[in-house]
Design a protein around this ligand. Sequence first.
Ligand SMILES: [Zn+2]
Length: 322
Amino acid sequence: MSKAGLIDPISCPVCKGEATLAMGRCDSVQRMAQALGVDAPGQQEDGAAGLARCLFCSLEFAFPMRGPGPEFYKWLTRSGFYYPARRWEWSACASRIARNARQVGSDYVVIDVGSGSGQFIRELQSIAGVSVFGLDHNSEVVAACRAEGLEVIEGGVGDLSVRWPAGVDMITFWHVVEHVEDPVALLSDARALLRDGGELCFSVPLTPMSYEHSWPDPFNEPPHHLTRWNLRALDALATRLGMRAEYVFPSASPILARLVKALMVQAMPPFGVRGRLRKGVRLATYLLTHPAALFEEIARQRRHPRREGRVLPDLVLVSLRP
Ligand SMILES: [Zn+2]
């Protein structure tokens, strides 16, 4: 509150433009618990963040921008929420790194921020001319990676300049940017570590995802994701950082696959029902009792955002260069 007793305007963390509170969204933790078929964590404070939307770049972000803390992530892992073991963007980025390394000719240094169990850095081990290092705050995962012979540094982006005073060639962030309280500061610090010709690469979900009109995905909302990105917001991010953005997209899923996914999340809890037969029965029952749903969903999928005529997928790989 300001001194006059009026509510201070909300400012966009990316473009600094004015934003409005779009929704209270206080129930996303409860909806995560519901989707996972478990009890919500006892402490509900973390789920109380609202969701604001920038009037200029249309970034959606948590208000206030405050991460949920380690207890929330422990609960999520205990509750059966898994981060995928393979990602499309890892292969896409590995090809990019191989091409860059051939052009650079000398030792091409890649740092993977938030390297976790080391799946991405493992993928780069066989590329000639590339030295890859993980970076993570979690001492347990760092020790596990080192035991396997992977080079992982314990710490954050701020700890890298001592080891590489002349900079590095690429810094990657796989599904990190949407989790941090200050994405601009993180990427700006990383930009300062790039040597000439260097590049930042990261992936984020593209919002709205193709099923979110059917089921607003609580895992793509605060407190799990503090920012929800679209291409306009990513353009604003590049402008704010003084960098050039290039977007690489996987193919969007075919309309039939998107239809099934969107109808499934209407018909049943996304993670609570197991087995193809059981899911099929639930979906068929839903379609019989909601005969209009299929036609509404076809119309919605036809309206899904496009770029240059092609339907946008639920994910983007972003490359930023100074
Ligand atoms: Zn903005």
